[in-house]
Design a protein. Structure first.
Lengths: 215, 215
């Protein structure tokens, strides 16, 4: 049985939950509370699994894996269930690039440790942190919209089945809503998000449906 | 012939150059000067290729691809030459995770647009920006060191051949040097960096050896 260390609000953990659900794979869950007691991710025990002290982490026997995109590709390559990356090499590359727009150039900038630095060193208040996050989310999702607009419209980002692209997009759209980012100018992103949110695999992965959820 | 849009100092373009060289693949190069005229990456022509207005971008005929990790995996899957990802699924996942520590959680935080925001909105001076970059580079490379220390020592990060992990590590080590980050406590990182830098594929990809290099 796979063990999955995550946190309900973590966008990276949310991605992995969607992937587990789409592939129909069960897992044992360990909650790593990022706020409690200064952050459970910073304990020596957790750092031994994940030297970055970030969620998520996957364990299968002696094998330990960090980083959500690596975890999702590993699940796709080693576990049964529908494929999360297309078979065509060019399309697969476009899916990865789309996912990396979010996973590299948006999400890490709104990470807890980054916001703590902005507050602690630059004296940023909550409004300044929200504006910071809003800027990168807006830029990133506008780029996602432009990448989608280059292609014929499909139900999901890259066709009629959800892929790694949708898996990254939906948690980022959730986060956009938290930070009050408008998706008004992003019709393709909104249409894909609506299609994904109608799927049980996406809905069950939402933060509010997790055992460690807190209001 | 592949066309590659890059910039000598960009860490992401540097990664792709190493990959091209390791696989022995030639390409036509277009320099995208990130500073000149307010940034050549911001022109409508370039944004049509890369909606993020970031380098690098790859073109092959009608196919356009952004994001360095997606580009490198595409090269590896579609082009001849030595493999840049291991055949074993678990090891391949570990290589991807290592690469993503750098490509997701270190490099985007030291991007030009991010530093411009820190200066413009938070009034950060050069020393404050250097400290910011230094913090994320130190954290990230320390995590890389810990990931390497879990494994038997090998010439390169994950064995006796360079992989995507080394391709990401070397530009980040170069950047660490620019920002005065000490690698004193990272013997494994230093040993791998020394081994890579002795290879012509890595040396030829260095910023100072590019046609658009400026002192």
């Amino acid at each position: 049985m796979i063990r999955f260390h995550g946190y309900f609000r973590s966008s990276s953990a949310y991605r992995c939950r969607i992937a587990f659900n789409l592939k129909g794979i069960g897992y044992d869950f360990t909650s790593v509370h990022l706020r409690r007691g200064g952050g459970e991710q910073k304990t020596p025990e957790y750092r031994a699994l994940n030297p970055q002290a970030l969620v998520p982490t996957l364990e299968e026997g002696e094998f330990t894996l960090t980083q959500s995109l690596a975890i999702i590709e590993w699940l796709d390559e080693t576990q049964p269930g529908p494929k999360l990356l297309p078979a065509d090499a060019n399309l697969r590359a476009e899916v990865r690039a789309f996912a990396q727009v979010i996973a590299c150039d948006v999400h890490p900038l709104q990470n807890l440790r980054v916001l703590d630095y902005l507050k602690g060193t630059f004296g940023a208040d909550q409004a300044a942190c929200d504006a910071w996050c809003g800027r990168w989310i807006t830029d990133g999702l506008a780029a996602c919209e432009a990448l989608l607009a280059k292609r014929p419209a499909t139900t999901y980002c890259f066709g009629e089945m959800p892929t790694l692209a949708d898996i990254c997009l939906i948690p980022q759209v959730f986060s956009a809503s938290r930070f009050g980012v408008s998706l008004e100018a992003m019709p393709r992103v909104r249409a894909v998000a609506a299609a994904c949110e109608a799927l049980p695999a996406f809905a069950a992965a939402a933060p509010k449906n997790q055992p460690d959820w807190e209001a």
